[in-house]
Design a protein around this ligand. Structure first.
Ligand SMILES: *Cc1c(COP(=O)(O)O)cnc(C)c1O
Length: 468
């Protein structure tokens, strides 16, 4: 048969791609040459140049006697804090200069007038989450937006007052839901309906979620789930969950903190009622960056904000100061305060890099990048009955690429703290959850296949060092 053009390796299953390249190069599937080959054929490889990757020597836990500090670190925690886009500093300096030189006039003059600074970023943001322009607002922080949205979407009645969430929701989401229920005079004990994985399983099955909605939907006011679960990395079937919720008359909202910039979202087409997310994880806006909110356009004239501020007023007449509200439709009416321009700058710098690609092309790379990590983990760390003392790894994240983003959650058969410390000494930045889980997120926007290979090599050294 005719040889496959090599671009197509990105369309093969990760295992098939690794085998194809290793046989082509005549090397072992675990050789670093395979990683280099993937990188050479990665059309998104150049995007990394738009980010500042820390040097190993600069990371506080580094032990310079063990590793060459001049190399770039192995950064695998973009799920927690994305890297700094190079243009962030440039844009911040532009606005600091404007403030210094023209001060008050910066509100209306310049390339990014402060008074309507969101115009620079909201269309790109809408594009990334599959929303229409006007369905997205960038404002506040994530937990604040979650509250603002729930104030309008959670309207419990004595017969329909429950919120469906996961038993291991991110703490802030859990607290926000709990307090919203109390605020409405209901009790968390009877109004929080929590989903848990089946005994012995790590992730929720879609069929079980849909089943609970079907059975209990009549008393559920709101379904509030993550797009991607922060701990397991599971990507939920938001389309199916939304459909099931609507069939039962529930509002359906998603916290997309770990899904945005990671999964290919279609919030509008999936008919999601509302969503929110932060921007400092996969969206690289810097700690505490401007958060996002989505309200489907079908609600634009019916769902009103519970709390008002002057930034929800129509821009054309906002500054007439009449004290007669002319509310912007949809999510724009939920704005309270004027835009923090210093938070707009780094987010704009990052969204411009996303605009150089598409979520579909990023996902295509991501499936191979994370699949490659999975392949290498299984190759080296599958449980081996012949070597009962050898540490092994169980992957909590679903193996089906359609049910995960870029993150793999690795559960080790040994306590992980020592191993994590040995990784950190050698220039790996990743996330540990005691007692035994590492969350590893190769981000397609700036991570390379070589990063994944270096991680696996370093993990071998860290395991050896921590058992000696
Ligand atoms: C990161 C994250 C948060 C953090 O909330 P902030 O308001 O940005 O501090 C909340 N919920 C989820 C699901 C998260 O992943």
């Amino acid at each position: 048969s005719a040889p496959t053009p090599m671009d197509d390796i990105f369309d093969l299953s990760p295992t098939a791609a690794v085998k194809r390249v290793s046989s082509l190069l005549g090397c072992s599937p675990t050789s670093e040459k395979v990683a280099d080959y993937f990188d050479e054929h990665d059309k998104l490889r150049h995007l990394r140049e738009n980010f500042l990757v820390p040097k190993i020597a600069d990371l506080p836990p580094t032990d310079r006697s063990l590793v060459d500090g001049s190399q770039e670190c192995i950064y695998l925690c973009g799920n927690s804090l994305g890297l700094q886009p190079k243009n962030a500093r440039k844009y911040l300096e532009e606005e600091l200069d404007n403030w210094a030189k023209i001060a008050i006039h910066g509100h209306t003059v310049g390339s990014r007038p402060w008074a309507w600074a969101e115009n620079n970023i909201e269309d790109s943001m809408a594009n990334i989450v599959g929303a229409k322009s006007g369905e997205v607002a960038l404002m506040n922080g994530l937990t604040v937006n979650l509250h603002l949205l729930m104030l309008s979407f959670y309207k419990p009645t004595p017969t329909r007052h429950k919120i469906l969430l996961e038993s291991k929701a991110f703490p802030s989401d859990h607290y926000a839901i709990e307090s919203q229920i109390r605020l409405r005079g209901f009790s968390p004990e009877s109004s929080m309906l929590m989903l848990s994985p089946r005994p012995g399983e790590d992730t929720l099955r879609t069929e079980d979620i849909l089943d609970v909605i079907e059975k209990e939907g009549d008393v559920i006011a709101m379904v509030m789930l993550p797009g991607v679960q922060y701990y397991t990395g599971q990507l939920f079937d938001m389309h199916a969950i939304t459909k099931a919720g609507h069939k039962k008359g529930c509002f359906v909202g998603f916290d997309c903190a770990h899904a945005v910039g990671n999964a290919d979202l279609k919030l509008h087409d999936w008919d999601v009622d509302f969503a929110c997310w932060c921007s400092y994880k996969y969206l690289n806006s810097g700690a505490g960056g401007l958060a996002g909110a989505f309200i489907h356009e079908k609600h634009k004239d019916t769902i009103k904000p519970a709390l008002l501020g002057w930034w929800g007023h129509d821009l054309a007449t906002r500054f007439r100061m009449t004290n007669v509200m002319e509310l912007q439709p949809g999510v724009s009416g939920f704005r309270l305060s004027n835009q923090p321009i210093l938070l707009v700058c780094p987010l704009q710098a990052s969204l411009e890099v996303f605009n150089m690609a598409s979520m579909q092309s990023l996902r295509r790379k991501s499936v191979l990048l994370t699949g490659y990590l999975e392949y290498l983990i299984k190759e080296y760390y599958t449980e081996d009955p012949a070597q009962p003392h050898k540490a092994y790894v169980r992957i909590l994240t679903p193996s089906d690429p359609r049910q995960r983003g870029c993150q793999l959650s690795l559960s080790f058969s040994i306590p992980i703290r020592r191993v994590f410390q040995e990784l950190e000494k050698r220039g790996v930045a990743c996330d540990m959850r005691e007692p035994s889980v590492l969350r590893i997120a190769p981000v397609p926007l700036y991570n390379s296949f070589r990063d994944v290979h270096r991680f696996i090599e370093t993990l071998g050294k860290a395991l050896a060092a921590s058992s000696s």
